[in-house]
Design a protein around this ligand. Structure first.
Ligand code: ATP
Ligand code: ZN
Length: 210
């Protein structure tokens, strides 16, 4: 049977928990050092270590059969993949936040304002659903500093504890999306017995944690 490939984050917030989950599934492999591919010695599987942003497309295109990535990245890239299992880590929410001294009070006040974000696709959908028109300023990082620089009136960014918002003089205003890490697979491959076996193992690891 064909060796499967699973894509996980190379380094960052999801790497450690993804590796731990796979090890707890009884898979034996080396964590990312310099090689981007690590073979599993006791299962027909290879681990690909990638930037999280690239994982959904690798899975959609069939370069990888499976992936572990935040729901936020899947929605932002708009790929067609199947959601196999929520994994209970990497929890965060995408929120609109405003400066502490902002005059914005209701959703309607966002109309015509500039909102900085790394998630333009998700934000645009949210604005549309709420019949709002705002100027979306797409930036790739350090979104929190943009209101202080006069570049935006609000931001839309991932928040877990809220500490980063606070230290930049911002406060949460409204929730756009809640997210956690999920196991995804290529559409149409769900019945592959090796994939089924892995899903079973993941589910029993998660049950043992309850
Ligand atoms: P990469 O180098 O792989 O592109 P990154 O910098 O885009 O990494 P990380 O900051 O490592 O990404 O975050 C990975 C994922 O962790 C996010 O997409 C999100 O699903 C989740 N996450 C959980 N809490 C937070 C948080 N407070 N801020 C950002 N992401 C979070
Ligand atoms: Zn990323």
């Amino acid at each position: 049977m064909k060796t499967l490939k699973i894509a996980i984050q190379k380094s960052g917030r999801l790497n450690e928990k993804s590796v731990e989950l796979l090890k707890n599934c009884g898979l034996s492999f080396e964590n990312y050092k310099s090689s981007l591919i690590s073979p599993v010695s006791n299962f027909p599987l290879e681990i690909l270590f990638l930037r999280d942003d690239d994982i959904p497309e690798y899975v959609q295109d069939g370069i990888a059969d499976l992936g572990i990535v935040g729901e936020n990245v899947i929605y932002e890239t708009g790929v067609e993949v199947s959601f196999l299992q929520k994994l209970g880590f990497g929890k965060c929410s995408l929120k609109i936040a405003i400066p502490n001294n902002s005059s914005i009070q209701s959703l309607g006040d966002l109309d015509g304002k500039a909102i900085a974000t790394s998630y333009p696709v998700i934000l645009e959908k949210f604005l549309k659903q709420n019949k709002l028109k705002a100027d979306i300023r797409t930036i790739s990082g350090s979104v929190e500093i943009s209101p202080g620089l006069g570049m935006s009136d609000a931001i839309c960014d991932l928040v877990s504890t809220g500490g980063t918002l606070k230290s930049n003089g911002l406060k949460p205003f409204t929730d756009v999306l809640s997210s956690e890490a999920v196991l995804i697979g290529r559409k149409g491959e769900e019945d592959n017995p090796l994939i089924q076996e892995l899903i079973q193992r993941v589910q029993s690891v998660l049950r043992a944690k309850e």
